[in-house]
Design a binder for this molecule. Structure first.
Ligand SMILES: Cc1ncc(COP(=O)(O)O)c(C=O)c1O
Length: 394
């Protein structure tokens, strides 16, 4: 493991980190290493669909629970109820939605009481959000980060854990997924992919070798691809590529995954060196947005939370119009979801819906616009005097 990289995460999170091409790969290898087929994982339905995809690909059963009206995060009381009814739950997976911390003390207590694990998807909470004295990213058995989303120039995701043996096993598993033949689908470096097409002889040789190995490798991304899964993610052009790994290239109509290059690793280290100034700029932008943005800010209203917003959430019943308006002024709006995950397909055999018909997950998906604190000045200027500001003032 890279020393400078590990040093950064030890210094900030007290634990080492494994650098991977994407956060979702970190989630996938963690699930494959720690749990068995059919185990259940509790998570919020207001979450990225790549996370749901990783769970399903790992052969686990996502269990969706209702979310809190003010934070959009998990409700510990609901989890407690679900845990009394379900015996196969092995972990709770957080979201720290838009950077707002989950109720970490309550989730940790629940996990302990029921002998299950706490996994932190801290993709949104990377900038230093806290619940009381607990820093997001330091609590769970494993934490997942997506540093490319925060730091200009950084690539990939990070898996953090105090358990170094587990990190080593995860690194081996990631390497296997990236390089080993997977049934009919291959994951190769771009260079090898080109060679393979350039040299048919080599290709035949590799095919023969793959045949030999195919009995050994039973886990394949695509063979685990459930028919309902494409219905679930029908908005995506290529479900399978989205399910697992960010960095891939297409060549002769096939996808080839590739690991992080030396250049990407070097740039990522440089970006980590700049992280404090980026996080400071985000905090200043968040303060300006909360003070001056003429829209209704969704305050989680919990005095224990010190929130470093990755995206500052504002309520609106005209999300798409507002998004288009901001885009027309050169301001990108992203990290919102069209529907909550449990709504992907009716009567799915793939997951368990324990939201009991609550309207809250849909409200959190559909009626807010998460604004980038680094674009605060542009957003405030664009909105001043706009219809959106007039509506919010009413
Ligand atoms: C909350 C959350 N978790 C996980 C991911 C996946 O991260 P990556 O794109 O690095 O795989 C995303 C991506 O947007 C996300 O928003």
């Amino acid at each position: 493991m890279n020393d400078r990289f590990t040093h950064y995460f030890r210094k900030h999170y007290g634990r080492p980190g494994l650098h991977l091409p994407s956060c979702r790969l970190g989630i996938l290898v963690t699930l494959l290493e720690r749990y068995s087929e059919g185990d259940e994982i509790i998570l919020s339905p207001v979450q990225s669909d790549s996370v749901l995809a990783s769970l399903i690909v790992a052969g686990l059963r996502p269990v969706f629970v209702d979310v809190d009206a003010r934070s959009g995060n998990l409700r510990p009381g609901e989890i407690a109820r679900v845990l009394t009814e379900r015996t196969k739950v092995r972990a709770i997976l957080t979201t720290h939605l838009f950077g707002c911390p989950e109720d970490l003390d309550a989730l940790e207590a629940l996990a302990r009481e029921h002998g299950i694990e706490l996994l932190e998807d801290a993709v949104h909470g990377f900038a230093g959000s806290k619940c009381g004295s607990r820093l997001v990213g330091t609590v769970g058995e494993a934490t997942f980060l997506s540093i490319s989303k925060f730091l200009p120039g950084a690539k990939g995701g990070v898996l953090l854990s105090e358990d170094e043996e587990f990190l080593q096993a995860a690194a081996r598993r990631a390497h296997e997924l990236l390089y080993r033949p997977q049934g009919k689908d291959r994951i190769l470096s771009p260079f090898k992919a080109m060679l393979r097409h350039a040299l048919p002889g080599l290709s035949r040789w590799r095919q023969a070798r793959r045949k030999q190995e195919s009995g050994v490798v039973e886990r394949s991304f695509r063979s685990r691809h459930h028919p309902d899964f494409s219905a679930m993610t029908d908005k995506r052009a290529d479900v399978r590529s989205d399910a697992l790994l960010d960095d891939y290239m297409s060549f002769h109509d096939r996808f080839y995954r590739h690991p992080l290059s030396g250049v990407a690793r070097r740039k990522t280290l440089e970006a980590l060196d700049q992280s404090e100034s980026v996080f400071l700029a985000m905090k200043e932008g968040q303060e300006r947005l909360v003070a001056d943005c003429p829209l209704r800010f969704l305050d989680p209203g919990d005095a224990r939370y010190d929130v470093r917003w990755f995206r500052v959430p504002f309520a609106t019943n005209r999300r798409d119009a507002l998004r288009d308006f901001l885009r027309s002024r050169g301001i990108a709006v992203n990290y919102y979801w069209d529907s909550a995950l449990h709504e992907y397909c009716d009567n799915s055999q793939l997951f368990v819906d324990c939201t009991e018909g609550s309207p809250r997950p849909a409200q959190w998906c559909e009626n807010l616009v998460p604004l980038d604190p680094l674009q605060a000045d542009g957003i405030i200027a664009a909105l001043q005097g706009s219809d959106f500001a007039r509506e919010a003032a009413r």
